[in-house]
Design a protein. Structure first.
Length: 246
């Protein structure tokens, strides 16, 4: 997915997400499981909305994303706030930081975008190479339940000031994937601009994620129903995983 069009509308479409709450949950986990966690790399960082909240909590945050358009918006946001947060263009499956981080985070089902579990494993190994020994890796992924029962073949409509978004899903039970097609209609006041994005997300059972982490050199420290402290249940839509590099 290029995100060329999506980057223009991403912050508006995700304005309902509680990034401060998410950052607070991550900080609580980091403090509970690490005594030297000052540097955080946010992978698939988008426009750095989560990273900015982590920065407010006192962490040194950098970002990695494959989309140049997303990174440009991230740079603009940090510049407007007068904070320095370096960003790097890179693929989560194959990237190299200038120096290893204490913690890697990857939020909002970004790893679900990887095509096939082999690519997820490749990402796990790349992430391990870019965090310090004993460093933490915290990420979330959509569950098979969410793909089948919530996203499914459903459609959604978003109406925001000056922006209309149509979201169409196609669910494939063979690989628990959902093809998502987004149509954006932006009213500039002079004309209507139409843009389109289409991509797939893949979901995997928790047992496979845990096995992949262990095979990639991580110790699994916990997993939760989203950013809550509760254990996942059969109807959990997103699972937050916590692991340590060994």
């Amino acid at each position: 997915m290029s995100y060329r069009a999506f980057a223009d509308y991403y912050d508006r479409l995700t304005s309902n997400i509680n990034y401060a709450g998410y950052a607070g949950r991550l900080s609580k986990l980091i403090k509970a499981y690490s005594s030297e966690s000052l540097s955080i790399v946010e992978l698939c960082c988008g426009t750095l909305s989560l990273g900015i909240e982590l920065n407010k909590l006192g962490y040194r945050v950098s970002g990695v994303d494959l989309s140049e358009e997303m990174l440009q918006r991230a740079k603009q946001k940090t510049l407007e706030r007068g904070i320095f947060m370096p960003v790097y263009r890179g693929d989560v499956r194959d990237f190299k930081l200038p120096c290893p981080a204490d913690v890697a985070v990857c939020a909002l089902d970004s790893l679900n975008h990887l095509e096939g579990f082999g690519e997820v494993m490749t990402a796990f190994r790349a992430i391990k190479r870019n965090i310090k020994p004993g460093g933490l890796f915290i990420f979330d992924m959509n569950t098979p339940y969410k793909h089948e029962r919530i996203l499914g073949d459903n459609s959604f409509i978003y109406r925001l000031p000056g922006l209309y978004c149509s979201w169409e899903n196609e669910y494939d039970p063979r690989d628990c994937s959902v093809k998502i097609t987004l149509d954006f209609f932006e009213d500039t006041g002079e004309k209507i601009i139409h843009n389109n994005e289409s991509f797939k997300e893949y979901a995997y059972p928790k047992r496979l994620i845990l096995r992949g982490l262990r095979a990639s050199g991580f110790e699994v420290l916990g997993y939760f129903d989203g950013i809550s402290g509760r254990l996942p249940v059969p109807r959990s839509e997103r699972i937050l995983y916590l692991a340590r590099s060994i």
